[in-house]
Design a protein around this ligand. Structure first.
Ligand SMILES: Cc1cc2nc3c(=O)[nH]c(=O)nc-3n(C[C@H](O)[C@H](O)[C@H](O)COP(=O)(O)OP(=O)(O)OC[C@H]3O[C@@H](n4cnc5c(N)ncnc54)[C@H](O)[C@@H]3O)c2cc1C
Length: 413
């Protein structure tokens, strides 16, 4: 094997998880190759990429990857519309293409290699190393050797499952998004606000959203996500584009807009976190081990955090202080299993059982929560706050019932 093609770590997939993994390892001085099947990051610019402020701070992300900032969260159901507002910035809608471009640029700045337009096809073991076969977009075949091979291929899980039959069962979702340009006065209505649409009117078996993407060009992201599953009450839904048009026509009432791009992708989440996390010298990160939170569809921050966890184990493995990644899987389960299981249960209820009325009711009692509580629920997955909301809601209900009873007696007297 040519020395030029001999690496400490080869990362397959330049999503947020793979890029962050390659970035940190390259910075630590390891010989790194990052391989991505798409020729450019614009090709699969699929993510809405809303994230809390913590992501920018924790991963030292520059302004250039930010599309816009947000400080409000709105939930719109079939009958309710409520907004929680903070005086300070709470997060950003990232430019997903620019985020990965920046991270990949960092890999190169630390002397790592980034090969775009190169597809992983297979690998095998030889003398304790993985020999990885890669095909360039022009058909050229290349082999590289590596001590550790990272599967960061997202829902494709291209490295760890040579055969699809070995895969666990997945909960599947599809998301489609329009990037549109609107008039300044229209953009202002959506600036700084993450608007989520729940309820059977807007997207049965799923949800939809309007996010501000770029103030300068007055660009908005409008998306719908639908889970492929049986709902107890909803039998049929219309095509997803129909619900996108519904947002544009019925909610936004846009007479004029420019469609800049249509993109989308799928999410495949393993219920109960049954993914394979490692095999020989292969370690799996990001959506390929279901780090996305299925309830809210938030995956960028978790994929990047997961990369940092994996790096601890990769370093030990390279220093021969570990002979397998078993402890990595343990740490991942310790960290994610309980919270992600609760999210999954709530997700099942919300997207497989809830009637439109119960969604309305749920949001009605969320109204009593503060914006801090909402951030805790949506981004910290701290569901105890929900009980606080429920408590206040019940108190309010009890008060109403008391009033009714008092009135009843008052009129009788
Ligand atoms: C419509 C939609 C909206 C979303 N919105 C948000 C949001 O608002 N906020 C948020 O935090 N998360 C969001 N997510 C989720 C988030 O985008 C993902 O969780 C995140 O991108 C996962 O990162 P990853 O690096 O694990 O995988 P990915 O981002 O999927 O990256 C995997 C990469 O591997 C490459 N690849 C695959 N197979 C091969 C191969 N054989 N050879 C070479 N390369 C390969 C792919 O081309 C891809 O670039 C959204 C997802 C969707 C689908």
């Amino acid at each position: 094997m040519n020395n030029r093609n001999d690496f400490n770590v080869v990362v397959i997939g330049a999503g947020p998880a793979g890029c962050q993994c390659a970035r940190t390892l390259a910075k630590l001085g390891y010989k790194i190759l990052l391989v991505e099947q798409q020729k450019t990051f614009e090709k699969n610019d699929f993510s809405s990429a809303a994230t809390p402020q913590e992501t920018l701070d924790k991963f030292n992300l520059p302004e250039t990857v930010v599309g816009s900032y947000w400080r409000k969260i709105s939930i719109i159901t079939t009958n309710i519309n409520h907004t929680w507002t903070s005086p300070k910035t709470l997060g950003a809608v990232l430019n997903f293409a620019k985020l990965r471009e920046f991270l990949a640029g960092e890999v190169e700045s630390y002397s790592g290699k980034v090969w775009m337009g190169c597809r992983y096809t297979r690998h095998f073991q030889e003398d304790g190393k993985a020999i990885v076969k890669i095909r360039r977009f022009n058909g050229e075949k290349i082999a590289v050797s590596t001590e550790v091979l990272v599967d960061a291929t997202g829902h494709a899980r291209a490295v760890i499952y040579a055969q699809k039959s070995n895969q666990p069962q997945f909960l599947n979702a599809v998301g489609i998004e329009y990037l549109i340009e609107v008039e300044p006065r229209e953009y202002d209505k959506y600036a700084h606000d993450l608007k989520f649409f729940l309820g059977h009117k807007w997207m049965p078996k799923g949800y939809s959203w309007i996010f501000p993407m770029e103030a300068e060009k007055q660009r908005l992201k409008i998306g719908v996500a639908k889970y492929n599953l049986e709902h107890q009450q909803i039998v049929e839904t219309k095509p997803m584009r129909w619900y996108l048009e519904l947002l544009i026509q019925d909610y936004m009432k846009l007479e004029k807009y420019k469609l800049i791009d249509i993109h989308g992708s799928v999410v495949k989440y393993s219920a109960g976190l049954k993914d394979i996390y490692y095999q020989d010298n292969v370690i799996v990160i990001g959506d390929a081990v279901s780090t996305i939170n299925i309830l809210g569809g938030e995956g960028i921050r978790h994929g990047m955090e997961n990369a940092e966890i994996a790096i601890k184990y990769i370093q030990k493995y390279l220093k021969k202080r570990l002979s397998s990644f078993r402890t990595y899987q343990k740490e991942m389960h310790r960290r994610y299993a309980i919270k992600w299981n609760i999210s999954e249960q709530m997700w099942r209820r919300r997207y497989m059982q809830d009637s439109d009325e119960s969604i309305d009711k749920g949001v009605k009692y969320l109204k009593s929560l503060t914006i801090e509580d909402m951030m805790n629920i949506l981004f910290e997955y701290n569901f105890q706050k929900l009980y606080k909301g429920l408590g206040k809601y019940l108190q309010h209900k009890v008060k109403l019932v008391r009033q009714k009873i008092n009135n009843l007696f008052y009129f009788r007297e």
